[in-house]
Design a protein around this ligand. Sequence first.
Ligand code: MV4
Length: 448
Amino acid sequence: MFKKVLIANRGEIALRVLRACKELGIGSVAVHSTADADAMHVRLADESVCIGPPDARESYLNIPQILAACEITGADAVHPGYGFLSENAKFSEILAAHNVTFIGPRAEHIEVMGDKIAAKTTVKKLGIPVVPGSDGAIHSVDQARALASEMGYPVLVKASAGGGGRGMKVAGSEDELANAIGTARSEARANFGDDAIYLEKYLQNPRHIEVQVFGDGMGKAIHLGERDCSLQRRHQKVWEEALSPAITAQQRDEIGMISAKAIGDLGYSGAGTIEFLYEDGEFYFIEMNTRLQVEHPVTEAITGLDLVAEQLRVAAGHGLSVTQDDVRFNGHAIEVRINAEHPETFRPSPGMIDAFHPSGGLGVRVDSAVYQGYAIPPYYDSLIGKLIVHGETREMAINRLSRALDEFVISGVDSTLPLFRRLVNEPDVRSGDYSIHWLERWLAAQSA
Ligand code: MV4
């Protein structure tokens, strides 16, 4: 096992990784910007190194500084968390060249999944169902027009270098197609320096269902069920649950097995998430994330596995601690993201937290790195923490969430707690009857 892990991140995920390291007897190094000198992960780590100014480009994204921190402290591995350098293939290669293990998949797998066209081609070959669309990039409007009239409108033009909702344009009919292609291409060139685009059938009312996978890097892989992350606002997940209330055990088994087999065949190493759109009983691959995700705790709740410990084991070459047959799904879990934002306008609300009382009790987990008297800096994302509840059934989980939300106190900054207190009572949320558009439509109706 590793002797010392450097955590190249901040906030709740840095603390999450730190906790796993401590429990496994692994030394820990926190890195931080000057804005994070008072952060919890810095206080709790064995050692810490300041790596630069508040601007993440000069600190949490500063590869030479992080490499220097590895050198100074003698860290033998780096956990990148999520965001920042977690899906940067170059970073993993540079670490490898300096004999530091990147806790994540191999560079080639990060790279292929970062290129959305290459990702789709790759997983399709491995037997994963994909959204109908162009076979690779589209090279002309004529080509796109022929394909679109064959598939039927609406269609979606996507940037290969995009992902996470960036660089997409819908064309509702043939007269909108040339425009959609033109805008998508020039935006892709401007934003990503890569103007490759591809075409897909536009699914009008799907759910977002993602399968958690884990590979040992030696051809063995498992799936840990799915998470339903359909409740989103502007491509930011707001509420995530496991398992999905929309699919059957047989569908789970089927898409899980297909996913795990593909990941094994790829020789993939570590944690990954295969994102699907789900509509009318069918799954359609959209993207794969090659990192640990924010919402991993709901999977931990229903499987009883420690996903960070599993990442550390696999990266150290010890393989997975479980086989597919060992994986059981127990009960239902829900995570809500408590952000320092106004609950209606979503305006960020950095500043001093005067009171912080997280909920507790049976089946409640709070992953947060804030404390009373801590000032949320304005430079980073607005996540205060994640409230995760686990119950025997979905209904019991929602009732527990409602109770936990009533207990939670945050004052000094705005938070999204009031939003969730309303959501838990919404009939569609209670019944699980929602698509990727539900939340934005509900918010629009509330403010009207
Ligand atoms: C789609 C789609 C409909 N049809 N692809 C947005 C984020 C990116 N990961 C893919 N996205 C979508 N791709 C086809 N062919 C609708 C979306 C989408 C969406 C997906 C998941 C969660 C929320 C979303 C909100 C708007 C659009």
